[in-house]
Design a protein around this ligand. Structure first.
Ligand code: ARG
Length: 464
């Protein structure tokens, strides 16, 4: 039995039925559908639609349905068009005629939007916890790295030495922004559509503010037409997921590169790498490649939903049934990737000697210019002098640290024997001591701020 057969004389074509049915997707919202119905039963009981007895029957019946879902004993039947139909059908089997009163004043339009929002309100904290755990893995690696030096790149060209710890933490902060975005999004998910009916509102005098509170929503939606069609929260969520995908992909790409023989900065644990069916020597970074690959699909889910929403006329249109699959897919993809990435990062081994060997004296050319700034010469001039030194050394095929003092003094009389100190990469890093810089002190402060202190007013320590 469908919920809408009355005005039809012919049954729906079989294939059209399959196209129309959303149960395969929306059965994931079974518990939310039951919870929404329990709250609705309370609301229409208070509004005088259900007698005490009917309310008791419906409440007990729904509790039994909930239990069937929770224990995996619920059986769907072929006529269950969607999760709402399935729940109401089963309730009828359990309690009889009173079940027919539950849908009074309600439409599947406000119901499905409510279920979806309830589902997201439980999925967001799960995602947040997985992001937080990945952040912890990054901080653990940063702490482990101590004062390990590595080359920093711009344009993928050797630029300046940095601390490995600083590099690890550079992947922490994007995830922090992702978590802030999810927290902010939660405010907009937490708006209740139930009690808006099909589009024009419900004729039952329900207290929607109390209904919102009973379901854990911050407030009832203020406009029924908007409430049944608003899927901004789903699109916003898909943006959050896509942005996280981009962050994870960037991290993954760098690990793939740094784990190659050419860089050799990292060695992946056997537990998180795979082999080749043909080449016995291969140890492949599949986990990171799959992360990078899945990020592409996450971007597609966002553009797909935006395209579905674009051009829809006001209120509910069946196109909106296409909203849930992309959100479920995005959540599934992230909850699959994040714990594996955390494990892969916790077990990766850094190769400090390879990192150190990739730092050449030319990466301290800025320090050379800064050295002359210390002797009172304007930076524009010192930049040019250091540039000439680089050219001279490169032409001779030697490092900046191998150029004789006379050669330096020929470029500027301000050079003295202490110039060679600038080529110590650790000293170079130590000079970058302002907030946010790569110096050991600055990185230590960063870790302290992350682990102990409030990042900004009203925000808890990132890892709590
Ligand atoms: N399965 C539908 C969805 O996911 C439920 C709402 C159906 N509403 C309707 N008027 N047919 O959007």
């Amino acid at each position: 039995m469908t919920l809408w057969g009355g005005r039809f004389s012919q049954k729906l074509d079989d294939l059209a039925w399959t196209l129309n049915a959303s149960l395969p997707v929306d059965q994931r919202m079974a518990l939310q559908d039951v919870d929404g119905s329990l709250a609705w039963a309370d609301a229409i009981h208070k509004a005088g639609i259900l007698s005490d007895e009917e309310h008791g029957q419906i409440t007990r019946g729904l509790a039994a349905v909930r239990e069937e879902f929770a224990s995996g004993r619920f059986s769907f039947v072929p006529s269950d068009e969607d999760i709402h139909t399935a729940v109401e059908r089963r309730l009828g089997e359990l309690i009889g005629a009173a079940a027919g009163k539950l849908h009074t004043g309600r439409s599947r339009n406000d119901q499905v939007a409510t279920d979806f929002r309830l589902w997201m309100l439980q999925a967001i904290p799960e995602l947040d916890a997985a992001l937080k755990d990945l952040q912890s893995a990054l901080v653990e690696q940063a702490e482990l790295a101590g004062e390990t030096l590595m080359p920093g790149y711009t344009h993928l060209q050797r630029a300046q030495p940095i601390l490995l710890a600083h590099w690890w933490l550079s992947h922490f902060h994007p995830l922090q922004r992702d978590r802030q975005r999810l927290a902010d999004l939660t405010k907009r998910v937490s708006v209740l559509p139930l009690g808006c009916g099909a589009l024009a509102g419900t004729s039952v005098p329900v207290d929607r503010a109390a209904l919102a509170e009973s379901l854990g929503f911050a407030e009832p939606a203020p406009n029924s037409l908007d409430a049944v069609s608003d899927r901004d929260f789903a699109a916003e969520f898909l943006f959050c997921a896509a942005m996280t995908g981009v962050h994870l992909s960037k991290l993954a790409e760098q690990i793939v590169l740094y784990a190659s023989a050419e860089f050799g900065f990292f060695e992946l644990s056997d537990a998180y790498s795979t082999g080749s069916s043909l080449m016995p020597q291969k140890k492949n970074p599949d986990v990171f490649e799959l992360t990078r690959g899945k990020a592409g699909a996450l971007l597609g889910l966002l553009t797909g939903l935006l395209a579905t929403l674009k051009g829809l006329p006001s209120t509910y249109d069946k196109d909106l049934q296409e909203d849930k699959a992309p959100v479920f897919q995005a959540v599934d993809a992230l909850l699959m990737i994040l714990p594996v990435l955390a494990g892969a990062l916790r077990t990766i081994a850094a190769k400090p000697e390879r990192m150190r060997a990739a730092i050449d004296s030319f990466m301290m050319a800025t320090d050379l210019a800064d050295y002359l700034v210390g002797k009172g010469i304007p930076f524009r001039e010192t930049h040019a002098i250091a540039g000439k030194a680089v050219r001279a050394a490169a032409e001779k095929g030697i490092g900046l640290d191998q150029m004789p003092l006379e050669a330096y003094q020929a470029l500027s009389p301000a050079f003295e024997a202490d110039v060679y100190q600038v080529f110590d990469p650790l000293e170079s890093v130590k000079r970058r001591n302002a907030i946010g810089g790569a110096s050991p002190q600055s990185v230590k402060n960063q870790i302290t701020q992350i682990t102990n202190r409030q990042l900004s007013k009203g925000e808890k320590s990132c890892l709590q």
